[in-house]
Design a protein around this ligand. Structure first.
Ligand code: ADP
Ligand code: ADP
Length: 226
């Protein structure tokens, strides 16, 4: 269960650049929200503020009615999946997925349960002993998702997770992400440039430009109208 409330949020970077202006959005539990808009319009900045990786300059962020502006990233119950996989090359796939949980000092048997469950969902059980360099791009992207899933977060933030994959794999992974959303019953915020991804995955689409929300609408209303 996770709803988010973003109220009058601004981001001003230390150099004075105002990257996000008066961002207001209510996100309900289990929504699949898509952020679209030209490069540099503030999508990643907004995601990073939600994740706690970037300070909110002004405004309030609530998760399940709790103000989280000053809550550490690790205590936010949010996991982020990036477009670059950034797997640790010297570690096995198992250890790559377990790493974040070990840092949190989770008991070993609980880590093992979570890693194996995520590997099963993502169909990478047979790869757990391998090193990342032996995996294909699609398999690596699954591992990157696995690292997020094992945290069992309330909210997933995905920043163009499929943009480095070829067209065929993108279609396949898109279908898997859709299944994952239904299965995990999580709230997802997803940045993409791909209209098909936006239309097929999103419950609502947020269109941004120059740090401002231009429009929020359903995929049908946004794309199907003449
Ligand atoms: P998007 O994800 O939509 O491509 P970003 O959120 O990455 O956009 O960036 C929004 C704007 O903020 C861009 O103009 C970018 O150059 C600027 N920006 C991003 N990070 C910083 C930073 N650390 N300092 C100053 N400006 C930044
Ligand atoms: P992407 O487009 O893949 O999101 P960016 O090139 O916007 O990546 O940003 C890459 C990194 O550089 C980010 O950590 C961002 O905060 C930083 N960055 C982007 N624009 C600026 C800027 N104008 N000044 C300082 N840092 C920036």
């Amino acid at each position: 269960m996770a709803s988010l409330s973003l109220r009058n949020i601004y981001k001003v970077y230390p150099n004075g650049f105002n990257a996000v202006k008066d961002f207001n959005l209510e996100i309900e539990d289990k929504e699949f929200i898509i952020f679209v808009g030209p490069s540099g319009c503030g999508k990643s900045t907004t995601l990073r503020m939600i994740a706690g990786l970037e300070e909110i300059s002004k405004g309030e962020l609530y998760i399940d009615d709790k103000l989280v502006n000053d809550v550490e990233p690790k205590d936010r119950d949010i996991a982020m999946v990036f477009q670059s996989y950034a797997l640790y090359p010297h570690m096995s796939i198992y250890d790559n997925m377990a790493f974040g949980l070990k840092l949190r000092k989770m008991p070993k048997d609980e880590i093992d349960r979570r890693v194996r469950e995520a590997a099963r969902i993502l169909d990478i059980e047979h790869l757990l002993d391998r090193k990342p360099k032996l995996l294909s791009g699609g398999q690596r992207q699954r591992v990157a998702m696995g690292r997020a899933i094992v945290r069992e977060p309330k909210v997933f933030l995905m920043d163009e997770p499929l943009s480095n994959l070829d067209a065929k794999l993108r279609v396949q992974m898109r279908i898997e992400i859709s299944k994952l959303h239904q299965r995990l019953q999580s709230t997802i915020i997803y940045v993409t440039h791909d209209q098909t991804e936006a239309m097929t995955l999103g419950t609502r689409i947020v269109v941004m430009k120059d740090g401002v929300i231009q429009q929020v609408d359903s995929p049908q209303n946004l794309y199907d109208r003449p």
